[in-house]
Design a binder for this molecule. Sequence first.
Ligand code: AMP
Ligand code: GLY
Length: 420
Amino acid sequence: MNILILGSGGREHSLAWAIKQNPKCDRLIVAPGNAGIAAIADCAQIDILDGDAVAVFAEENAIDFIIIGPEAPLAVGVADRLRAAGCLVFGPSRAAAQLEASKSFTKTICDAAGAPTAAYAHFTDADSARAYIRDQGAPIVVKADGLAAGKGVIVAMTEDAALQAIDDMFDGSFGDAGAEVVIEEFMEGEEASFFVLCDGKTILPIGTAQDHKRAFDGDKGPNTGGMGAYSPAPVMTDAITKKAISEIIRPTMDEMTRRGTQFQGVLFCGLMIQNGQPRLVEYNVRFGDPECQCLMMRLGGQVLDLMQACAEGRLAETQVNWADDHALTVVMAANGYPGDYEKGSVIAGLDRQPQDSAHMVFHAGTTTKDGQVTATGGRVLNVTARGATLTEAHERAYAMAQGIDWPGGFYRSDIGWRAL
Ligand code: AMP
Ligand code: GLY
């Protein structure tokens, strides 16, 4: 099977690494890829937001299966374009990707499906949004409606902070994404990420994880795309998992199908759990990054069979073979991230790290320059380890991180603190 993965982050490196282990994989191409991916797959420089360009590339390279990693190509309909060209694709249509691309769309679906989530209101003008905030009081959550690369959510602990967020969003500081806002009730509890594959009929759980969104130790500092993760998430007990499926995910999927916009791909459910009750924080229509790195380490090569069955509508015939293990990933980011960060610093010591089924350094923003691995992005490396216990995975991951010589980067020293 010739496989094309779209994307260039740690998520796509871990997908490529897992898929490569499946004997069905003949040729693996990642577009555009990064320095770590280039060591295990061919990298192709194509514009992954251009469905026509991807379709032509797939045809010319006899690609059998296309896996779309990030949300941006899904939100512009690259999966639709490729399916129209007859390709087998893992990832939802543009219409189904609205579950991530529009917060008000998701709220409407939850209402129709009866799925528990925060109470909310939707606004297209600043004055009514301000009046609503004054009426509700703080804490309260202000969200830009569209895709904002994880930066469009302000959890306001005071009314002033919420009003400031409204000014910013309607001032255009969030781009087009801020022209509409959703204002939500603040939910308390413990967060977890739950990943399921859906083929329009069957829902197959493939793992749980917890992310660390803040930049610095002790959950301090600005929000980021994620500074580390571990899997499984202890808060996701069997009882909560069952409730999340029957009360949130199943009704959502049925509502999508009823509307003629059936969802196919991986659904990433951000949940808030309080007193044994899960409520939906948000959906994403792709794997989390860095959560995916933990899931791939635990699933290995079988993930190709699962994704193919999902794309072919055969999930009912499949099952996941679980090793009863744990994985943890530590993100190494460039100094300054998530603000302005340095580019071009050299990373040494990578070749001294073990790379096997229990230890992997997945690359995100890296390139090779004059034979040396060089940082090009904000989040740069994902040091990932597996263990029989979370403690073992933690020790292994941090031993690797300490062995990487990169003065231009930093990492959190407390990934997994909640579970450890
Ligand atoms: P989102 O981009 O929707 O995942 O939001 C980013 C983060 O903001 C979430 O992971 C939560 O930590 C927080 N958040 C979002 N919505 C709420 C809410 N209604 N109540 C409390 N925290 C929230
Ligand atoms: N790590 C959170 C996300 O991928 O959205």
